[in-house]
Each structure stands twice: as structure tokens, then as C-alpha cells.
Design a protein around this ligand. Structure first.
Ligand code: ADP
Ligand code: MG
Length: 252
């Protein structure tokens, strides 16, 4: 396992959003995390990527305890994530969003970004090269000079993925990457995610669109009320009575 959680728990006051969660993510596979709204899926991502302090338990990356790392430290270790709703700068270009986003994800100190030292200028050249590379990967290089305000929802979803890829990760967490796009566009995004796996990345996917999950996942983890209630291959999960009861609502 490239990533594991052990007894991972998050409490918000009286609510236990993630409760004694033990999961494992296998290298170069797609692990899907499914469950009803409010199940604790996004909270799990926030814990594993350092965005929320953990109440109890551990996060292990390549057998190293990363439970207390800050988001930019986690990013440097090779873990990237998208957000359920990605905040993009609407009046900046696609390309500039990549540059700014990359800085925000990998730097702890905003002053670094403001006072541009020679070292930083060198980094910036690298960052521009990386931005072009990831925009090409997600199929947006020809739209790099367009303003965010002028591009489609689907293109914004691709940018969210590009932002994650720009940090040079080994593992990428995608939080509902196909929310709010039509079925055709969803297929296109599924192909992009498949391409990520094919280039050697490990992907952890939260998604409600079951067709996409069933097509892409090697392993599915089902959570409800912060607890893991089932896991297995997509075809097994589909037939698991507890899962049908909790989530699929009788076979959707
Ligand atoms: P999911 O992504 O599975 O829909 P979330 O992880 O977003 O669910 O939320 C799980 C539970 O934790 C919900 O009851 C939600 O209201 C609560 N929760 C999530 N984030 C916070 C927060 N920052 N503060 C308080 N409660 C939160
Ligand atoms: Mg969520």
C-alpha cells in the first residue's frame, strides 16, 4: 500500500465525521471512495492531505507517518488533491491560474512569492514549463490564454486536475471531478483519469456517478456515517446488500 490510514478519526464538536477509518490505497491503482452525502468522504481527503488536523489515528504514506504534516508539506511528498469546488481566478487566464495555483499549493510562505529572488525566478521558469506540460496532458493547451470566466464547466474540471498534477504528484485525490458536467463530458473526464493511471499515477476518487466509478475503479471503499461499511471490486460492491441499502437505493 502506498497510502494507509489507521484508526483515522475526525470529530467536529459532537459529530464524528470520520470514525476509526482503516483504508489502504494501492500503488498505480484507482481506489474509489463512495457513500451518501455527509458520509465523511471529503473530510477523509482533508485529513489525508493535511488540511484538517486529525482527532485520532494515523495517516501513513510509504510507511512514513505523515499525520501531522501541513498541506504544502504533504504536496511536496507527492500527494496532490482537487477540491469539491475549485476556486479559480475568474479574470486571469488558464495559464496564470496554473502558475498561481501551483505557488499556493507548494509554498508555505506568501512572502516568498512577493519578493522575487533569483532562486524564485528560476523556479518560476520551471513552473511555467510544468504548467504547459500539464495543460497539454489535460487537453487544454490550446485554451491556455483564455480567461477562466470564458471557459466551460468541464474545462474548469480539467484545470482542477491540472493544478493537482502541476505539483508533480505520485498520488492524486480527486473529489467529485465530474460533478455538474453532462454525461458526454463525464466520459471525457473518465478517459483523462484513465490516462493518469496509465502514466503510472495512483488515484483516489470520490465520485457519485456510479457508471464512472464502476468503469474506472480497481477497488471501491464504501463509507457511511464516517465508517467503512464495505470494500471490494466494483462488481462485488454493486451486489453488496449493505451498500445497496445505504447508498445505491435499490440499484441506481
Ligand atoms: P461527504 O464529502 O461524504 O459528503 P463531508 O466529509 O463533507 O461529507 O462531511 C461529513 C460530515 O462532517 C457532515 O456531517 C458535515 O456537515 C461535517 N463537516 C464537514 N466539514 C466540517 C467542518 N469543517 N466543520 C464542521 N462539520 C463539518
Ligand atoms: Mg464531499
Amino acid at each position: 500500500m502506498i497510502l494507509e490510514t489507521k484508526g483515522l478519526t475526525k470529530r467536529f464538536g459532537g459529530l464524528t465525521a470520520v470514525n476509526q477509518m482503516d483504508i489502504g490505497v494501492e500503488k498505480n491503482k484507482l481506489t474509489a471512495i463512495i457513500g451518501p452525502n455527509g458520509a465523511g468522504k471529503s473530510t477523509l481527503f482533508n485529513l489525508m492531505s493535511g488540511y484538517y488536523p486529525v482527532s485520532q489515528g494515523q495517516v501513513l504514506y510509504k510507511n512514513e507517518d505523515i499525520t501531522k504534516r501541513k498541506p504544502h508539506q504533504v504536496a511536496k511528498l507527492g500527494i496532490a488533491r482537487t477540491f469539491q469546488s475549485t476556486k479559480l481566478f475568474e479574470n486571469a487566464t488558464v495559464f496564470d491560474n496554473l502558475i498561481i495555483g501551483n505557488r499556493l499549493r507548494t509554498k508555505s510562505n506568501v512572502l516568498d512569492t512577493i519578493f522575487r529572488t533569483p532562486r524564485l525566478r528560476k523556479e518560476e521558469a520551471l513552473s511555467r514549463k510544468k504548467a504547459e506540460e500539464v495543460l497539454a496532458f489535460v487537453g487544454l493547451l490550446d485554451r491556455k490564454d483564455q480567461l477562466i470566466a470564458d471557459i466551460s464547466q468541464e474545462a474548469k474540471k480539467r484545470i482542477a486536475i491540472a493544478l493537482a498534477l502541476a505539483t508533480g504528484p505520485e498520488i492524486v485525490f480527486l473529489d467529485e471531478p465530474a460533478a455538474g458536467v453532462n454525461p458526454e463530458e463525464t466520459d471525457g473526464l473518465a478517459q483523462l483519469i484513465r490516462k493518469m493511471i496509465n502514466t503510472g499515477l495512483t488515484v483516489c476518487l470520490i465520485e457519485h456517478k456510479m457508471k464512472m466509478v464502476m468503469e474506472l475503479a480497481d477497488h471501491v471503499i464504501v463509507i457511511n456515517y464516517g465508517k467503512k461499511i464495505a470494500e471490494g471490486k466494483p462488481e462485488d460492491i454493486r451486489q453488496n446488500p449493505a451498500v445497496i441499502e445505504a447508498y445505491l437505493g435499490g440499484g441506481s
